[in-house]
Design a protein around this ligand. Structure first.
Ligand SMILES: Cc1cc2nc3c(=O)[nH]c(=O)nc-3n(C[C@H](O)[C@H](O)[C@H](O)COP(=O)(O)OP(=O)(O)OC[C@H]3O[C@@H](n4cnc5c(N)ncnc54)[C@H](O)[C@@H]3O)c2cc1C
Length: 310
């Protein structure tokens, strides 16, 4: 290993840029930063982020249809090909020491002149009785990961957006019956292409204007109780009711929010000097791979321009 690599990230020899998050936003930012020859570290707790859970991605240009896992693999290969180092670690705090950012992870402390936050979001919980208790025993937040365990079983998906509908479609390849339980009177937020597929799938039955009150079972899930007290016997509950951005790392910094999301300008700059944000964590209007990639590219360009101006 070269001396340069050993010392990289120390206070005396900080990175130009640290990107936090190995989803589409972070991986794209790394591709751009690498090509700008910035001394960059890409750090994240797991490869791929949310998109790694997608059964089929059909709206990313260049790929008519690709699994989320394979799209991730292509992006990671691209980063490796450019030579940006990737570190698997969870960052537990980000603070400032003078003009430098100090990132603390389980594996060490890293210093950098600029940071791109690309930490995406976490699935929201329903916070109902039985949800925590039966997690991994019938309750899941990832149909792509767990659908195969429900061969010939009855399951439900809670939610009515794209993630809920695509989860129901994945589950229909294994389960006997898939109930979609949605609190609205119709699918208002989902892509029409997914709605059509769901409506023409004989295994999927949608229950509109309904909400879950409780998940019941013994060792494993055996039924759900709806708010109107009706009970449905089933073995699996897949929860797809949206997500919350992972912003807790920023509590010691001067970052402005728009609701729960990081407020950015068109250069992906936050209100903290030298800190950029990209992807699902920002207050953008469309939370998709293509927008995450685009924001990652712009954030890297902005960090590059800043490093040149110092
Ligand atoms: C089931 C499903 C299907 C989807 N299908 C599609 C689709 O077909 N087309 C489409 O365009 N979009 C789809 N999406 C949306 C898409 O996945 C997201 O918009 C996209 O992944 C956002 O990318 P991101 O890089 O901003 O965040 P993420 O992909 O969420 O990545 C964030 C990364 O940050 C890491 N991280 C978080 N906190 C820390 C920390 N403290 N330290 C280190 N690392 C951290 C996470 O582990 C993760 O690797 C789907 C989403 C889901 C859930």
């Amino acid at each position: 290993m070269m001396v340069e690599e050993i010392n990289s990230g120390s206070k005396e020899n900080p990175y130009d840029l640290i990107i936090i998050g190995l989803g589409p936003a972070g991986l794209t930012a790394a591709i751009y930063a690498g090509r700008y020859n910035m001394k960059t570290l890409l750090v994240g707790s797991s490869y791929g982020g949310m998109i790694a859970q997608a059964h089929k991605v059909c709206n990313y240009p260049g790929f008519t249809e690709i699994t989320g896992a394979n799209l991730t693999k292509e992006m990671v290969n691209h980063v490796n090909n450019i030579g940006v180092p990737i570190k698997l670690d969870t960052i537990t705090s980000v603070s400032k020491n003078g003009n430098l950012f100090v990132l603390t992870g389980h594996e060490g402390i890293f210093y950098s002149k600029t940071v791109i936050m690309a930490t995406g979001s976490e699935k929201k919980r329903l916070e109902i009785v039985g949800e925590k208790e039966y997690l991994g025993k019938g309750v899941s937040y990832c149909a792509t990961c767990d659908a195969a365990f429900f061969q010939d079983k009855d399951v439900c998906v809670v939610g009515g957006g794209d993630s809920a509908l695509t989860s129901a479609l994945v589950l229909s390849e294994f389960a006997k019956t898939v109930y979609i339980i949605y609190r609205k009177p119709e699918f208002m937020r989902a892509e029409p292409a997914w709605v059509e597929k769901v409506e023409s799938n004989s295994k999927i039955k949608t229950i509109f204007n309904a909400e879950l009150n409780e998940i019941k079972g013994e060792q494993f899930v055996s039924s759900v109780i709806l708010k109107d007290n009706s009970e449905i016997s089933l073995q699996g509950v897949f929860i797809e009711v949206g997500s919350e951005p992972n912003t807790s790392l920023l509590k010691d910094l001067n970052v402005e929010f728009d609701g729960n999301f990081i407020k950015v300008d068109r250069n992906q700059e936050t209100s903290e000097n030298g800190l950029y944000a990209a992807g699902d964590i920002t207050n953008n209007v469309l939370k998709q791979v293509i927008t995450a990639c685009s924001e990652g590219a712009v954030a890297a360009f902005s960090a590059y321009k800043k490093s040149k101006s110092n």
